[in-house]
Design a binder for this molecule. Sequence first.
Ligand SMILES: Nc1ncnc2c1ncn2[C@@H]1O[C@H](COP(=O)(O)OP(=O)(O)OP(=O)(O)O)[C@@H](O)[C@H]1O
Ligand SMILES: [Mg+2]
Length: 143
Amino acid sequence: MDEEVLFSQTFNISGRDFANAGTVSVKIKRILKELGVRPEVVYRVSICCYEAEMNIIMYAMLAILDFTITNNEVIINIEDEGPGIADIERALQEGYSTATSEMREMGFGAGLGLPNIKKNSDEFKIESVIAKGTKLNFKIYLN
Ligand SMILES: Nc1ncnc2c1ncn2[C@@H]1O[C@H](COP(=O)(O)OP(=O)(O)OP(=O)(O)O)[C@@H](O)[C@H]1O
Ligand SMILES: [Mg+2]
């Protein structure tokens, strides 16, 4: 069956903006609930979006997050401008983190964000160019 877009929205995320930590993922969560998406799917999308959003705030300068929901799936594409990730395989390992002591004091830096996005999504892709930025694409199926 053809894929039909039900809703789509773009969000901007600013690096270092800890005051707005989590606001985009909360908005996405609200939209999914209003659309009547199953709680389990809402939960998984929220976790993935929150972790991705925090990584932008902690490590990148800015990013654009594209959120789309179709009749089949939730699609998130995030493109940031930032330092990029030198070793993606390493960044995907649980426990690997370059968080500063300041970030760790705020409770971040367990090195679990990217592994959790991978675990909670049905399709996951990450690409990065050093000194340019990182692209993260993930999908969560509705059924
Ligand atoms: N958008 C990004 N730009 C640059 N580096 C990133 C980005 N996202 C992740 N990283 C790098 O990958 C590492 C692992 O990310 P991950 O989200 O798994 O852990 P963390 O953010 O360090 O800790 P946690 O997510 O548990 O608070 C980060 O410490 C950072 O070095
Ligand atoms: Mg993280």
